[in-house]
Ligand binder design. Structure first.
Ligand SMILES: Cc1cc2nc3c(=O)[nH]c(=O)nc-3n(C[C@H](O)[C@H](O)[C@H](O)COP(=O)(O)O)c2cc1C
Length: 206
């Protein structure tokens, strides 16, 4: 399949036109576009480049039904042709810490830096470093929304779900932390115009 997007939106256009969409056109997701959205989101930065963000992509109506039930029956989960679950897995990072070091560094540096990374987190328990990993995955969560919009797709960010049930449905270990769930597809409704604080209300200029 070829990418459907004829022109990518500018970052400004993507930010300006993104809004939560809960009803989607009933057509399968273009798989090239889906992969491009994930590729762009994988370029999100992380501290020390540790990259704890992981994606689970669901395009299976039966599994979407179950996810919808775990999301307090919010209908956007089955309306969308695909659902991207964004989560962090710090235990995977630490077990495979060598992967996060640039291969050009050479074996000695890779070993030393991976050991340094493990040492940084050894004082934290699984829950603490899980929370830290989540702060990183949250950045990628935002990138997914804007990458999707940039390619002409829409999303709705969701945290209204039972994490235990979603972990179980996706076969994920107990330590992973969810940034959120993102139904994605082409909009079949307009959504609501932005209602936001003014810059003056939320900013202090020093
Ligand atoms: C982290 C997060 C979790 C959210 N969870 C839900 C949700 O479970 N269900 C839902 O319908 N909308 C959810 N929303 C969407 C918000 O209601 C929406 O982003 C907000 O009202 C602003 O509207 P806009 O996205 O159209 O600009 C969530 C948004 C964020 C950022």
């Amino acid at each position: 399949m070829t990418a459907t997007a004829t022109r990518s939106l500018t970052v400004t256009e993507a930010i300006q036109t993104r809004r939560s969409i809960r009803k989607f056109v009933q057509e399968p997701m273009n798989q090239d576009d889906l992969r491009e959205i994930l590729r762009l989101a994988s370029l999100a930065p992380t501290a020390n480049n540790v990259q704890p963000t992981r994606f689970a992509v669901i395009q299976n109506p039966e599994l979407q039904e179950k996810l919808q039930a775990a999301a307090y029956n919010q209908s956007q989960v089955t309306s969308a042709p695909a659902v991207i679950v964004v989560y962090s897995d710090m235990e995977d990072v630490l077990q495979n810490a060598e992967e996060t070091v640039h291969p050009g560094m050479g074996e000695e540096q890779i070993t030393a830096r991976a050991a340094g990374l493990r040492k940084n987190f050894e004082g934290q328990d699984v829950a603490q470093r899980g929370q830290w990993g989540l702060t990183q995955a949250n950045i990628a969560f935002g990138f997914v929304m804007l990458a999707a919009r940039g390619l002409g797709y829409d999303t709705v960010p969701m945290l209204g779900f039972d994490p235990e049930k979603v972990r179980e449905l996706l076969g994920l270990p107990a330590h992973v932390q969810f940034a959120g769930m993102l139904p994605v597809g082409k909009r079949a409704e307009e959504g609501f115009p932005h209602h936001r604080h003014s810059v003056e209300r939320i900013t202090t200029f020093y």
